[in-house]
Design a protein around this ligand. Structure first.
Ligand SMILES: *Cc1c(COP(=O)(O)O)cnc(C)c1O
Length: 460
């Protein structure tokens, strides 16, 4: 049997098609210029059914315009716009225009950021953006890391390093039952990470929802505790209420006892940009590892989280992957982002942030974060002035909790559904000290007090 000659015609999937390009770029242009971005409906979208997609993927090609219209008319409206100024649930996401546009370059250029060998240009730029974050936190010049998919991946990657390097801090003894200090306000991703890596949580009671050095010190004085604890996780901005743990006293204890300090600033770390709250983060410069999600409050596109290590040399042997075909990565001492987290192939996902920081300058980031903090403070004042609602506590960052006296969880749920149906806001309830409450998570600099007032009026 002879070898079949390859077909002389080129595969159409890889040919530049001007019509297709215009179709997609026109969509992107329209979406980028929407002012304001509509909230849209998510899972509450009327008429959403998989019948809309019936037969769309078959053996033969389809008209791209038809497929794109199914997306724009039916699917896109069934995705709540995290960049709407009325999106106040969970943690919103509002990428800058420059970051969104550069994300298209990352996509269209197939940019990866796995190793120095393949992607030195991307690695240099990503590291410059990481340096901005390390400097804000006051980490030493040696600090470094990489961008990963999210805070969850950052927390997991950091805690593996803490676990694997613990024997060097525990007189060479590997704990038989390793544990990590957390509070019950620690983000759920940490519990997941500990489960994956076979480490148990040591839940330390908080003081007014804040983990403190004294409470940790007390817990570590229990018999067997000091020998088993491989790290402390402190939160710089809890997701539910935006509270910062007492990093000064916590870092004093972790330094004195030589325990790895991991700071989870996935949401709140961005407020390092804001002079008005910078003192709340004192002690963060002592972190052995720090996570900040630019896809949350640093206005970068999904998905982008920074993991920084005080001493990246500790993370490298833990995370670098060994395989014959990868030996070329490690023949030199050059910096490979793949060596600093649980991943190998990676999108150069730090580049949109890098471009945006360079284009707008860090003052613009400071101003955006401060503006949001002001919105949170003024909204708290507005709640206090409003007859039928109560402020749960003064906001520390940009999360504001409020209650509607007399309401049970079902009332909040029904109200939340109606609010989204009416496109007034996307505000989902949470609970606080065992009671259901309403929660605003501010992040968009264009969220106005009028919008907040409009939402509060619906609680009457
Ligand atoms: C959002 C968040 C996480 C998880 O980050 P993802 O990017 O969603 O994986 C972890 N910790 C805190 C404090 C968060 O707010």
């Amino acid at each position: 049997m002879g070898v079949t000659e390859p077909s002389p015609t080129r595969n159409p999937m890889f040919q530049y098609d001007e019509t297709l390009a215009n179709l997609v770029f026109d969509y992107c242009r329209r979406r980028l210029s929407l002012e304001p971005v509509p909230l849209d409906f998510g899972g509450q979208a009327p008429g959403l059914s998989k019948d809309l997609l019936a037969g769309l993927i078959g053996a033969k090609p389809n008209d791209p315009e038809k497929i794109l219209s199914v997306f724009s008319e039916h699917l896109a409206t069934a995705i709540v716009s995290a960049d709407s100024p009325r999106f106040l649930s969970f943690i919103p996401a509002v990428p800058t225009k420059a970051s969104l546009l550069f994300d298209m370059i990352v996509s269209c250029s197939c940019l990866q950021g796995t190793s120095w060998l393949e992607a030195a240009g991307a690695v240099l730029a990503e590291n410059q953006a990481l340096r901005v974050l390390a400097d804000l936190a006051g980490l030493p010049a040696s600090a470094g890391g990489c961008f990963v998919s999210g805070g969850s991946m950052g927390n997991l990657s950091a805690l593996v390093v803490a676990r694997d390097t613990a024997p060097s801090r525990l007189d060479g003894v590997k704990p038989s039952r390793p544990r990590v200090v957390v509070s019950d306000e620690t983000h759920s991703s940490v519990a997941k990470a500990l489960n994956i890596i076979g480490v148990e949580p040591l839940i330390v009671p908080h003081r007014d929802h804040r983990l403190t050095g004294a409470a940790i010190d007390h817990a570590l004085s229990e018999p067997g505790a000091a020998e088993s604890v491989v790290a402390v996780v402190a939160t710089a901005g809890t997701t539910n209420a935006g509270l910062v743990d007492d990093l000064v006293t916590i870092s004093e204890v972790t330094r004195r006892r030589d325990i790895w300090l991991h700071v989870d600033g996935a949401y709140g770390g961005a407020a390092l940009f804001a002079p008005s709250v910078r003192d709340r983060f004192a002690g963060i410069e002592q972190a052995d590892s720090l996570v900040i999600d630019p896809h949350k409050w640093l206005y970068a596109p999904f998905d982008c989280a920074a993991i920084l290590y005080r001493d990246p040399a500790l993370a490298r042997p833990v995370h670098s992957q060994q395989a014959e075909y990868l030996d070329v990565f490690h023949d030199t001492e050059e910096f490979n982002p793949s060596d600093y987290a649980y991943h190998l192939t990676r999108r150069a996902r730090g580049l949109p942030l890098w471009f945006s920081l360079a284009v707008y300058g860090t003052d613009a980031y400071r101003d955006a974060v401060e503006q949001v903090l002001t919105t949170a403070r003024l909204s708290a004042a507005l709640i206090e002035e409003t007859e039928h609602v109560e402020l749960v506590r003064q906001p520390e960052l940009s999360v504001v909790l409020f209650s509607r006296p007399g309401w049970e969880r079902a009332d909040y749920d029904a109200w939340s559904v109606q609010l989204l149906n009416d496109q007034i806001g996307f505000v989902t309830p949470t609970s606080w000290e065992g009671r259901p409450v309403g929660r605003f998570a501010f992040l968009h600099p264009d969220t106005s007090l009028e919008m907040v007032g409009e939402i509060l009026a619906t609680l009457a």
